[in-house]
Design a protein around this ligand. Structure first.
Ligand code: ADP
Ligand code: ZN
Ligand code: ZN
Length: 751
């Protein structure tokens, strides 16, 4: 018998089937091998390559080699089907889809008993991935062990030496050599704690559901019993008791010996979140999967699921691929969150994958949000999704009162500070009453750009077409895209003038100003600059809560999922940041973030106050957030989307092209555009094709970025068109240009 094998490779031309002879010892049970990982001789390669059996057949017309060894089997029919579907939809290789479903760290033979270690030295890549790959391709790097180690790090991020030894079959000596040659470095990192370290978690009992909750719960339970696929949207304001419903649905599944997957946004996957589930179900049945765990820990969690011990899986996007047994329900919390869409190859959308899996297994898919994704709500309105509403907060806390301050008037009154008179008074009041305040500003750093008053020159990153941000603690200008840093400029490099000024504001400057205005108030800042190796996101929030610090200042990190009973005031320093981005979702993102950040205020007995400062007080997304009126927001926004033809009224495909050679990227982009244009004209294909243009950020890390935008209705015809386009790209002289295809990107700036 013959096996059809997919070779593990991300080279596009190898994304096809190769035939291999099945060793005779499998006579009669060949069908069991479908989905198995195999080692195979391949091409002229001396070492064995890795592959996956995707099908079995009687015969082949080719002269074929025999499979050298059959390894373990982690893929079943469902996973193969899912991979097939994904590879078509997201234009990626099958093998790269398989990879998402294998144990973390899988490269070669897997050790059975992993030894835990307390070593805190992480090995981290020092060189750019592109550069490393270049050195590998050019043969500059020869040692297979070194190459294996680097590839492992590229795939799995910073790793413990022990994990590298185990999974990449490398050694400490190899790591040392790589460090000496500048490829890697050793960094001390606080080992992310055992996801279950938390000591005394008080067990909780299930709460008696209120009428709205009970209705939602019953509707979903009925569907679970019918063993049919159905999709639900629990649309409930922050604090309306969505999580309690999830807990009880999971309990129901558990009572029937079924597993559950709960996806949450990466950023809100904190011990606080996980503890609520441990408190109800104990830790033995729970597995947690997210990117902050080391590979070894992810490996352990993965096997806890695969062995059927963990029946409740809580995780970020990629946990949707967990090897669960007997899945009963999938729940996606904060379903509007953009982190469910991968911005790395394979660029899949976990919500779509979840829907596919739920259909395969005939189970319910439950989405929950206070500010549903417009596209989800549209589907609910059109009866694709069952809408379940929770209109009031579960513990009877009232929604906060939101006021808008017009910063233009403030300026007219001569107040140039970041804090309006109104916000000043409210903070003052909170300080006197010993209540806590959160100030939100979606810009980090001190000043967001540096400009010469004399000639208008702005200081930009030398690798990216992006203004540098001033950071006061290091007294340096920093690029937020590539990490490039340079010393402060005092003389204009363009005209020699000394009229260099700093404009714009970031969280650092906000903290500085607050400390000046309120010298007696204690403050703490939360943004990627303060979340360092020593202070985790979680620790900063715990400190804010436990030490009753007066004011928390932060970026969107402060927005998600936390419950601070003593916070009664939230200030949004500038609501305009997310409005001015070049993205059709700008209004939606603004509405969501304002609603979420406002939801942090007054979650207990006392009514919260929210002050939103803005230069656009008449913008409808700000007005709707003020009124807590999602429906009004939806009706206004959906009309605009329809008029301008944006999702959900079409699908968007972005073709991104990057290269460090500007002329080549322009040439290839235009060639591809012409190819598409000819096909569309000749075959009368119903898409809207836009011209090839430079991306919104047209240079990052010295790579020039161009893109082609297509609006269409995704279909098999479109799949063929795009695949032909990719073939066309390979047929051009495109060695120095990289192509990326993204279906329905969440972030229009990403390509
Ligand atoms: P959400 O997930 O919608 O933000 P939560 O489930 O976290 O809401 O509930 C908010 C608060 O209300 C929590 O403190 C929770 O314990 C409480 N709560 C939820 N459901 C009930 C209920 N049925 N009775 C009493 N309190 C409840
Ligand atoms: Zn100048
Ligand atoms: Zn840069």
């Amino acid at each position: 018998m013959i096996a059809e094998v997919i070779v593990q490779s991300n080279v596009k031309n190898l994304n096809r089937i190769f035939d291999y002879k099945i060793p005779s010892e499998y006579d009669g049970r060949e069908a069991e091998l479908i989905g198995a990982r195999v080692s195979i001789p391949f091409g002229r390669m001396k070492s064995l390559e890795e592959g996956f059996i995707v099908n079995i057949k009687e015969d082949t017309e080719y002269e074929v080699k025999e499979i050298a060894r059959v390894e373990e089997k982690y893929l079943d029919k469902n996973k193969l089907d899912l991979s097939n579907w994904m590879s078509k939809r997201y234009f990626c290789n099958l093998a790269d889809c398989f990879k998402l479903m294998l144990p973390p760290g899988t490269t070669s033979k897997l050790p059975q008993n992993r030894v835990k270690t307390k070593n805190l030295n992480f090995v981290s890549l020092k060189k750019d991935i592109d550069e490393i790959e270049k050195d590998i391709d050019s043969g500059k790097l020869k040692s297979p062990k070194q190459i294996r180690t680097l590839k492992f790090l590229i795939e799995n991020g910073d790793s413990l030496v022990s994990d590298i030894e185990m999974f990449a079959e490398s050694s400490r000596a190899i790591v040392n050599t790589l460090c000496k040659n500048g490829y890697t470095e050793i960094i001390e990192k606080k080992m992310e704690r055992d996801p279950f370290e938390s000591k005394n978690i008080e067990p909780t009992q299930k709460l008696e559901l209120n009428a709205e909750q009970e209705n939602a719960y019953n509707v979903i339970c009925n569907s679970m019993e019918d063993l049919l696929f159905s999709e639900f949207l629990i649309f409930g304001v922050t604090g309306s008791g969505k999580t309690e419903i999830y807990l009880q649905l999971i309990e129901k599944a558990l009572n029937e010996e079924k597993s559950s997957i709960l996806l949450v946004p990466e950023i809100s996957l904190t011990p606080q979140t996980v503890n609520r589930f441990i408190a109800r179900f104990g830790k033995d049945k729970i597995a947690v999967l997210h990117s902050k765990l080391s590979v070894g820990e992810r490996y352990d969690q993965w096997h806890k699921i695969n062995d059927g011990k963990a029946k409740i899986i809580i995780g970020a996007r990629s946990a949707i691929f967990a090897p669960v047994k007997n899945l009963g329900i999938i729940i996606i919390d904060e379903e509007h969150d953009s982190s469910y869409k991968s911005e790395m190859y394979p660029r899949y959308n976990a919500k779509e994958v979840a829907r596919y899996i739920a259909r395969q297994k005939n189970i319910p898919l439950v989405l929950g949000s206070a500010t549903p994704d417009l596209e989800t709500f549209y589907r609910a309105k059109n009866d694709d999704i069952v809408l379940l509403e929770l209109k009031k907060r579960a513990n009877d806390a009232v929604l906060p009162k939101i006021d808008i301050v017009d910063l233009r008037e403030e300026l007219a009154k001569g107040n140039k500070s970041m804090i309006s008179t109104r916000l000043y008074e409210e903070i003052e009041k909170n300080l006197q009453e010993k209540k806590q305040t959160i100030l939100y500003l979606n810009r980090r750093g001190f000043s967001t750009f540096v400009m010469c008053r004399n000639c208008g020159y702005t200081v930009k990153c030398k690798n990216c077409n992006i203004n540098l941000t001033y950071h006061s603690n290091t007294n340096k200008l920093k690029c937020h895209y590539c990490g490039y840093e340079e010393k402060l400029v005092t003389v204009c490099p363009n005209c020699g003038s000394k009229q260099i000024r700093y404009f714009g504001t970031g969280t650092q400057k906000l903290e500085y100003e607050i400390n000046k205005i309120f010298p007696n108030a204690s403050t703490i800042r939360l943004d990627v600059d303060t979340v360092t190796k020593k202070n985790s996101h979680e620790q900063i929030l715990e400190k804010f809560k436990n030490e009753n610090i007066d004011i928390l200042i932060g970026t969107q990190m402060v927005v998600k999922g936390h419950h601070f009973p003593n916070v009664t005031l939230v200030g949004v320093i500038a609501a305009d940041g997310s409005l001015n981005i070049d993205d059709f979702r700008a209004n939606e993102k603004t509405f969501q973030i304002l609603t979420q950040v406002a939801g942090r205020a007054g979650r207990d007995k006392e009514t919260g106050r929210v002050i939103i400062q803005t230069y656009n007080p008449d913008n409808f997304s700000i007005e709707c957030a003020k009124k807590h009126d999602y429906n009004l927001f939806y009706n206004t926004e959906i009309r605009m989307r329809k008029q301008l033809k944006y999702p959900p009224f079409c699908d968007i495909i972005l073709i991104g092209l990057t290269s460090n050679k500007e002329k080549e990227v322009i040439k290839i982009s235009e060639d591809i555009h012409n190819y598409l244009k000819n096909r569309v004209l000749k075959e009368n294909i119903g898409i809207i094709l836009y011209k090839a243009v430079p991306s919104p950020i047209d240079r990052i890390k010295n790579k020039y970025r161009w893109r082609i935008l297509i609006k269409c209705k995704f279909s098999d015809d479109i799949i063929s068109l795009i695949n032909d386009t990719i073939d066309k790209y390979y047929s051009l002289n495109s060695k120095n240009v990289r192509i990326t295809i993204d279906l329905n990107p969440e972030n229009m700036m990403s390509l």
